[in-house]
Design a protein around this ligand. Sequence first.
Ligand SMILES: Cc1cc2nc3c(=O)[nH]c(=O)nc-3n(C[C@H](O)[C@H](O)[C@H](O)COP(=O)(O)OP(=O)(O)OC[C@H]3O[C@@H](n4cnc5c(N)ncnc54)[C@H](O)[C@@H]3O)c2cc1C
Length: 378
Amino acid sequence: MDFSINSQQKEIVDLVKQIVDREIRPRAIDMDRSGKIPDELLQILVSSGVTSMAVPAAYGGPGLGVDTLGLLYEELGRGCAGVATVCAANALASYPVLIAGTEEQKKRFFDSVLSGRMAAFALTEPGAGSDAGAVSCRAEKTEGGYRLTGIKCFITNGPIADQIVVFANTRKTGGIRGLTVFLADSSMEGFSIGKIEDKMGIRASATSELIFDHCFVPEENRIGREGMGFRIAMETLDHSRAVVGAVSVGIAQAALEAAVIYAHQRKQFGVKVASFEMVQQMIADMAMETEAARALVQKACWMQEKEDPQSGVMAAMAKCLASDTAMKVSTTAVQVMGGNGYSKENQAEKYMRDAKVMQIYEGTNQIQRLVIANGVSY
Ligand SMILES: Cc1cc2nc3c(=O)[nH]c(=O)nc-3n(C[C@H](O)[C@H](O)[C@H](O)COP(=O)(O)OP(=O)(O)OC[C@H]3O[C@@H](n4cnc5c(N)ncnc54)[C@H](O)[C@@H]3O)c2cc1C
């Protein structure tokens, strides 16, 4: 395994780093307060290709490898985990299309993402979180297509998405054998946006309910065969978990940087607090843990790029370890900064709030541990 960054990767990472430092970081506190990403920033992200960086070359995108994408999502996470989540949701929604879509569906979906339209992945429901097989949104067969009825909740990009990859059940009796994927459009009759969540963290990313009320979706918008939905969902999450790990490493890195800068400025007892051994220990632990998480995330991305059969388990390890690390490192950053770390004027407390959801979405860390325990055998 080679951890060195080649010149092409460096060029792209530097470009995203510039966008992060110039456009995202200066707006992060305002976005956290307002609870939304400004249109102006979204346009910058669209025009610079950040919202479409996971589009394959065959469909007009940059065709970046997973190892490069991991580095870019870490950078975005360092800038603002909410913004990283907005961009990552486009990639999350693209996996079902890539896994089981027709050429026409892939072309349509990626053309739309490249033109700046946003996407959402709608699996979770009030009664179906960790238990994805319990989806009750119904897809009733009708002439020329299906009528979708049900409520999805906690959907990232819900209020701003044009394309929605939605999981619904074609069987009246429910169960995973009827789970089927559809490509819906927010302009379809019978579709509406429900409650918008007022969240603890990643506030730049909008999260909402999506309501389907006998929403007609034509047959040509079904992705894969009826009943393939559960397999598509699990494969999608295997692919996307390393990205959550990468964003988590970015949060940990941002928290570490903030703590180190502060510790070298703040004086108590006549000296910089960075000179106290107990503060040094906190900083050393933060640095070690962040590097260890980064190494595991990069390994997971590298294995995914090589299509290693164990890459799904490695991605679960990377997501779990990196998000636990982001939570721990950001909490320690608040401690290093004392009262100022607890104030909303600094970003340390934002990193803590942002890190929390990394342990929850795309499969809680308890579910990751189940995947890992079931996936390791010697
Ligand atoms: C900000 C945000 C954005 C999100 N974005 C999306 C999105 O874009 N699309 C989407 O489809 N979903 C999205 N989600 C939903 C997210 O994936 C779910 O919240 C997550 O899968 C957990 O489901 P739940 O919240 O229903 O928790 P539950 O499943 O109710 O879990 C509650 C607790 O029980 C534990 N638990 C559950 N089952 C087990 C088990 N078998 N063994 C051990 N412990 C268990 C969990 O770990 C957790 O601690 C988002 C959530 C949030 C908060």
